[in-house]
Design a protein around this ligand. Structure first.
Ligand code: OAD
Length: 254
């Protein structure tokens, strides 16, 4: 597929600038990790979030919820970063000089950005490979690691409560430090990319709007339209695993 990268966008990325990127499940789709809301393949098309992704659901049926997360952990463990993840790592390490700053905010819990080499990553919704205690909230440490393969829900070594995945469930607050850092980065950037997200889940969906309101160039990378599309300065329609390598190539050429 021949992807056209607007020269004006490449020019904006040449000089020193602050670049902030928000990613969603779409960037990991080409790695085989299912998205949430897409017809046919989205997780929330086949499962009810209220049965699997709330503290109430876990208290009511811990083993059911645990088993579902173990299944997703299996998918993530077998997945590899795709060209979209690698392109973002390359933009961060090769194209941002000392006068620039690159921040990657992700709603994904799969850790694929870090595995591709991205460094300045803010995980807004936690990480599926970690556990924490449902009751005392303490991280699970070594037991958390072992529990990746646990068939039965493990218990907290500190208080005996049940261990749960360290992800943000519906009705829960985002990690405050991560949210604050994401907010600052959206407010202060010159260029904001929204990649592979349906841009409907708050507060993440507000970040591109904040960036735009504060004068940033807003770029959307998605095969289809979202509520954000009308606000975007540039729309790069397509798969992130194709669009982002094309962007890197265009930045290298000029
Ligand atoms: P969604 O499933 O809502 O949206 C995925 C988006 O990715 C859609 O807009 C697709 O068009 C797009 N997409 C699909 N394949 C793509 C590709 N190869 N390249 C680029 N884009 C592609 O996922 P999110 O927006 O991430 O929250 O959902 C946000 C949050 O809702 C998730 O973090 C999760 C979920 O409930 C929690 O679990 C807290």
């Amino acid at each position: 597929m021949n992807i056209k990268i607007p020269p004006g966008l490449v020019d904006s990325l040449r000089g020193p600038h602050y670049m902030t990127v928000l990613t969603g499940a779409g960037i990991s789709a080409e790695s085989g990790v299912p998205t949430f809301r897409e017809a046919q393949t989205g997780l929330w098309v086949h499962y009810r979030p209220e049965d699997l992704a709330t503290p109430q659901a876990f208290r009511a049926a811990p083993q059911l919820v645990w088993d579902w997360y173990q299944w997703r952990r299996g998918l993530v463990s077998e997945a590899e970063p795709n060209p979209g993840h690698y392109a973002l790592a390359e933009i961060e390490t090769s194209f941002t000089c000392h006068a620039s700053r690159f921040t990657l905010i992700t709603q994904n819990v799969d850790g694929l950005h870090q595995r591709a080499g991205s460094q300045n990553v803010i995980e807004l919704h936690g990480n599926i490979m970690r556990n924490k205690c449902l009751d005392c909230n303490r991280p699970a440490g070594a037991i958390g690691h072992l529990s990746k393969v646990a068939k039965v829900v493990p218990h907290c070594p500190h208080c005996g409560g049940l261990l749960r995945p360290d992800v943000v469930w519906f009705g829960e607050s985002l990690p405050p430090d991560a949210l604050q850092a994401a907010w600052e980065s959206a407010k202060n950037c010159d260029v904001f990319f929204s990649i592979g997200t349906s841009a409907v889940v708050q507060p993440a969906a507000s970040l591109p709007i904040i960036a735009r309101q504060n004068g940033a160039i807003l770029v959307e990378v998605n095969p289809g339209p979202t509520p954000l599309t009308g606000l975007a300065t540039y729309i790069l329609q397509g798969l992130s695993g194709e669009v982002l390598p094309a962007l890197v190539e265009a930045m290298t050429r000029r």
